[in-house]
Each structure stands twice: as structure tokens, then as C-alpha cells.
Write a protein that binds this ligand. Structure first.
Ligand code: PLP
Length: 451
């Protein structure tokens, strides 16, 4: 046997041993999880009779049986078995204000006192629409929806109508809602538009694609940082190219800032100084109530003006529901000042740096990417430009980290997403870092960077 094959078989033996250890560690973690949580387990077993897989919101599902949350306060949530966790999932960014912000609570109470289902234009929709237009310079006029999904469906549809064209450019790894999901290409139940699927951050190929489809391209829909895709930021050059090429081809540029709008007072478009024609919004901007909005260029948005001849109708029973309008407007006016938002994002940026130093110190396979208060944990040390770079990630490692962090009282998204809430203070940040370090050290070689 020559030396090379000896070395090779030694490393593959080592790899095999690590592989088995990983499987074993996962079985242990799942068993421990189940043993300690009879409440969550029985709720799960009961609900599978009434909801497919006991679930009505896929992103919250995780094995071996999803956590059942019964209450929350500040930045803490409590599960059906009485365990408390610091909520680093932050309702996928919608929970920015924590679980019971007193100022927002008062606004909702006041709206309740004034009566619900008012059946007419109300005052708070006026407040909130003005705040949206002031906050996001590219938004001249805005309309409300019930969700970010709806906002994107409407933005795409009005773009197709306004241009008289059919094609919709989106990106691999993109997420624009339950019917607009492109993690693994075009999902089976996506809204049936004629999609052109671009590669995120691939400047040359996307430029060519836009040019090739120029005559029939209605819009380009893009997240300036892919959130669900793993917190992958688009480069400024990439976004700038798309701005320029879509303008040249007459396609409408839509920024989906449902998540990223919280990365500065005016969203990522303000940070990069790149202005789309339309912007879609959602999540936290309703102060924690269900929310969506789309807005932008006056000429496009005015197509909905009911005083115009041939106006496009856009109905929606709860578009201006008084709880969302009141909570959103008050949250923007009284809670989410520029300074508060900047501080939160700075805290997130520091946390990301600290977690990356920890990961490097223990020579681990982890890397935290993202911007500001939104962090994506990945189990690869290689550079990440788009979802193709994530194909080699080992999902077992992610599950192990998720379960291990839960046991230490920290709740993150199962696939490694972290979204900071305003109520997460310094103690919780320090605690989170300690817990992560503890997970790193307690698992020996399992998390070693193998290149
Ligand atoms: C959450 C999200 C949506 C969908 O919003 P919903 O209110 O959940 O329908 C759309 N786009 C992005 C980028 C999101 O993160």
C-alpha cells in the first residue's frame, strides 16, 4: 500500500467515525428534547388530526415535534412544558417590538375602545400611509394589504398590467411569500406567472438575461438581501446593474423589503442609495399585527385611484383594519426612531462579529452572515454568494445546534436564522454567546472545520 492511499483511508475512517458520532449526537438531542417536553408532544399528536402534520405555518415546523408556545413577555417565550427561551427567532423579523410593548399595547387598546370593523376609511390608515411615504423616499403612494405575500402578488400584477408584458424575473433562493418561493427553483404551487429565474449576485448572467427578455419583461422582483435564502446580501454592483438594466428595458424594478426595510429607517434601498420603482413591505411595520404594503412610483400606483376612469380595483376586507393601522402608526411614530433602529442594527453587527470570532477560535465549520439585526448561521466556511454555495451544508449539524441552543434556553430558527428584537438586551446577547460557545466546546470534534 502506498503512502497516499494510507492517508486517504485514514481520513475517510475519521470522516466515517465523525459521521456516526453526528448521527448519535442527534438521536441523543432529539430524545432529550422529547423526554423533557410531554406538553409539546401531546399538543402535536392532537393537532395532526386537524391540520396536515399538525401545522398551519410550514416555517415553524421542526422535528422531532415542534415546540408549543403558550405565552411571551419582553423577549422571553414560554412553552407548554413551562420552559422559557430567549426569542432570537423574533417572529421572522415581524416581532421587532417584542411580545408586549407597552406603547403599542396602549395603541391597540385605544383602537379597541373605538370599536372594530368600522366599515369605512379610518384615521389611522392616513397616519400610517404618511409615515410609510416619509420613511421610504422611493414610495410616493402606498396601499395596504394583509400580508407580504399579497403585497408581492399585487406589485407583480400591477407591473404586468402597467407594462402590458408577461414575464417576471425572480432569483434562485428568493422568497416573496407562500405563493412566491424559489428556494429550489419554481415551487409547485407558486402563483402561475411566467418566471425567468436568475442567479443571485451573478452580474454577467443576469445582465444578459434581462437584455434577452427585454421586450417581454414586466418586472424584476428582488430582495436586496435574501432573507429566507440564508441572509445573503446582494452586492451593490449587482443591485445597481439591475436598476440600470431594468430601466433600459422598461421593466419595473420591485424591491421586496418585507424583511430588509428594518436595516435602516429607509430600508436597504436607502443604505445603497438605489431606488426601485415599487417596494413591498410587511412584517414588523404593522407593529406586530398582520400587515403588508406595496408602494412606489406615482404613475404606477395611481392606476388604483378610484376617482380615475378605468381604475384598477384592489379590495381587501382587512386592508385597513383598525388594529394594524393603529399599532403600525404608533410603532413608527413613538418607538422606532432612527436612533433606536441604528442601535439595534449595530448590536446585531457586533453580535455577528463576536459569533464569527468564536467560531474561528474553535476552528469550527460555522459562519454567520447577514446585515445588522438579521443573521444567518451557516455550516460552511466557504464564501456565500447565492444558494448554490449552500448545497454542501450538513443539515444534521444545523439541527444539532438548534436543539442544543434550545436546551440552553435560546430559540433560533431551525435553519439557522436569527432576528433581533428591540427587547433583547445586553444580558441576553452575552448569554447567547456563552451558550453558543458552550455548544461549540461540548461537541468536541463534531463541528470542526473540515474545509
Ligand atoms: C415574510 C416575507 C414575505 C411574506 O410575508 P407574509 O406576511 O408572511 O406573507 C415576503 N417577502 C419576504 C422577503 C419575506 O421575508
Amino acid at each position: 500500500m502506498n503512502i497516499n492511499t494510507t492517508i486517504e483511508s485514514a481520513t475517510s475512517d475519521q470522516q466515517l467515525a465523525l459521521d456516526q458520532q453526528l448521527d448519535l449526537a442527534l438521536v441523543e438531542a432529539r430524545t432529550l428534547y422529547l423526554e423533557k417536553r410531554p406538553g409539546s408532544v401531546s399538543a402535536f399528536n392532537e393537532s395532526i388530526s386537524f391540520m396536515p402534520g399538525g401545522n398551519t405555518r410550514t416555517v415553524l415546523f421542526h422535528g422531532p415535534a415542534p415546540l408549543r408556545i403558550v405565552s411571551g413577555s419582553g423577549c422571553q417565550i414560554t412553552d407548554a412544558d413551562g420552559f422559557q427561551y430567549v426569542n432570537f427567532l423574533g417572529e421572522y423579523t415581524a416581532g421587532l417590538f417584542g411580545h408586549n410593548h407597552p406603547v403599542i399595547r396602549r395603541a391597540i387598546d385605544k383602537a379597541l375602545d373605538q370599536g372594530i370593523s368600522l366599515s369605512g376609511h379610518n384615521v389611522d390608515e392616513m397616519r400610517l400611509s404618511r409615515l410609510m411615504c416619509e420613511r421610504f423616499p422611493s414610495i410616493e403612494l402606498v396601499r395596504f394589504t394583509n400580508s407580504g405575500t399579497e403585497a408581492n402578488l399585487l406589485a407583480i400584477s400591477i407591473a404586468r398590467h402597467a407594462t402590458g408584458r408577461g414575464k417576471v424575473m425572480v432569483f434562485q433562493g428568493g422568497y416573496h411569500g407562500g405563493l412566491l418561493y424559489f428556494k429550489n427553483g419554481n415551487m409547485a404551487i407558486n402563483a402561475p406567472f411566467d418566471y425567468v429565474l436568475g442567479e443571485y449576485n451573478n452580474l454577467e448572467s443576469v445582465r444578459e438575461m434581462i437584455r434577452a427578455h427585454a421586450s417581454d419583461l414586466a418586472c424584476v422582483l428582488i430582495e436586496p438581501m435574501q432573507g429566507s435564502g440564508g441572509c445573503i446580501p446582494a452586492s451593490v454592483e449587482f443591485l445597481g446593474m439591475i436598476r440600470e438594466e431594468s430601466r433600459k428595458s422598461g421593466a419595473i424594478l420591485i424591491f421586496d423589503e418585507v424583511m430588509t426595510s428594518r436595516l435602516s429607517a429607509g430600508g436597504l434601498q436607502q443604505v445603497h442609495n438605489i431606488h426601485p420603482d415599487l417596494t413591498t413591505l410587511g412584517k414588523y411595520l404593522g407593529g406586530g399585527m398582520s400587515f403588508g404594503a406595496f408602494g412606489g412610483n406615482k404613475d404606477i400606483m395611481e392606476l388604483f385611484d378610484p376617482t380615475r376612469e378605468n381604475a384598477i380595483p384592489h379590495a381587501g376586507t382587512f386592508n385597513n383594519n383598525s388594529l394594524t393601522m393603529a399599532a403600525g402608526a404608533t410603532a413608527m411614530e413613538e418607538v422606532l426612531t432612527n436612533q433606536v433602529l441604528d442601535e439595534l442594527n449595530a448590536r446585531g453587527e457586533q453580535l455577528r462579529l463576536d459569533l464569527n470570532s468564536l467560531s474561528a477560535r474553535y476552528d469550527s465549520c460555522f459562519q454567520f452572515i447577514g446585515i445588522g439585526s438579521l443573521l444567518g448561521l451557516h455550516t460552511t466556511c466557504a464564501g456565500i454568494q447565492n444558494v448554490k454555495d449552500l448545497e454542501k451544508e450538513d443539515d444534521r449539524i444545523m439541527e444539532l445546534v438548534f436543539l442544543n441552543m434550545l436546551e440552553r434556553g435560546y430559540y433560533i430558527v431551525r435553519r439557522g436564522f436569527i432576528s433581533l428584537m428591540l427587547t433583547i438586551g445586553n444580558d441576553e446577547i452575552v448569554g447567547f454567546k456563552k451558550a453558543f460557545e458552550d455548544v461549540l466546546t461540548s461537541r468536541g470534534d463534531l463541528f470542526k472545520n473540515t474545509g
